[in-house]
Design a binder for this molecule. Sequence first.
Ligand code: CA
Length: 512
Amino acid sequence: MNKKQLLIITLGIMVNCITAIAQQRPNIVIIVSDDHAYQTISAYGSKLMQTPNIDRIAKEGVLFKKAYVTNSICGPSRAVILTGKYSHKNGFKDNEHPQFNGSQNTFIKELTKTGYQTSWIGKWHLGTQPQGFTYWQVLPEQGHYYNPDFIMMDGSRKKIDGYVANVIEDAAENWLNKRDASKPFCIVIGHKNTHRTWIPDTADMGRFDATTFPLPHNFYDRYTGRAAATVQDMSIEKTMQLGYDLKMFEGAIQDGNITRMNAAQRAKFDAYYQPIFNDYKKRGLSGNALTEWKYQRYMKDYLATAASLDRNIGRTLDYLDQHNLSKNTIVIYVSDQGFYMGEHGWFDKRFMYEESFRTPMVMRYPGVVKAGTVNQNMVMNLDIGPTVLAAAGQSVPADMQGKSFLPLLTNKNIKGRDAMYYHYYENTTHSVSPHFGISTGRYKLIRFYKRVESWELYDLKQDKNEVKNLYGQKGFEAITGKLKAQLQNLIKQYDDVEAQAIMQQKIPAKSS
Ligand code: CA
């Protein structure tokens, strides 16, 4: 054997080794839903419906009891997941200015750089085109429940017949079938379900009609002592629309979500909703009776929409099983934020109160995370990117503000964060005042500004429904001072200049 032959053989062995190492790196599936409330997931103890497939991920991996978001709204949450940075650092603060700067770094770009096949398929909602993926196929803006259009990588539009959750799962499986199997992959499956206006798959219409859902304890909250909650416009009573939201249309239906259905879909839609409309008209409801009727319809439509989401998550898990991928694939299921299921009388999100601040998150990571783990650490959507990079054996860029939560799952001595920082900016639709704040798990301190200037303080142990604002009350001076100092530290740590300036301001005196 001459030197040249030896060199070729040596190089060949090296290439094989590198390929073997590359193959050992885990595949990653991140399923991001929209507005999916943990209160409706059986793994979180919900009695409202069964979600066997989300439950399966938790059972075979970990359920995060205290997963939270940094800014409870669709686009901004996705930007936080991608960048591992707070909204004031990634620049996508609200949906009023929906233009994500795609030239900035993301965990996806870090993975693509080291040879991962990366894709985002489904709801994207970041205004600009995805960058740094080897493939993408996204819904324009909110997308449609029926026969959705997609923006393809070449900029063209493609309408695909069917129900959106099924169509997105089909597209995800198509990409997985076609990918370069010699490389590890990271796919984000972005579901539109369970976003407003909760139009179920025809297969799920009526699924929950036999159930009368109990009203949440604080359904008739009157917001005493809470200025921001008083001025919001996201209540089932006043804001939820009978037509647009609940499909009770007077006269011929003009709503584009419905008129885009094909004849077969439309026939099933009409067959289900027309009798409900007729019954609704006959009842002539008003006042609390009407609000409670709306609540029941909301719950039925929302949960039926969630049923399709869970079923398609099951299809993803089945695909991994059938292709012998489950063992070396991390699966994370997370919603972009939580949602109100009638708590405080609301639907929608935005507030730093638990139902929208908190989000469902489960993860399966065979060989690393013990099946059936329940994690009680405070983790945030900010941490997903750093976690994925750590799992891939890559370093986390210094300017990412999240932290990998893997050590919390593998080492009992690691403590994790002792408080979480939150900042919500949008100040238009639904009239929720911008605010920032801190939660320690036990206490929550919130500073509202712009629309409403006020502080709120909650003791979550005594008042889990968050209806008693303790700020300024006798006996809470010490805890308030301590929380303000902690909040100040977090603002400094995350370099939130806008919040810093507001912290210096006194609440303006009310004009008479
Ligand atoms: Ca959302």
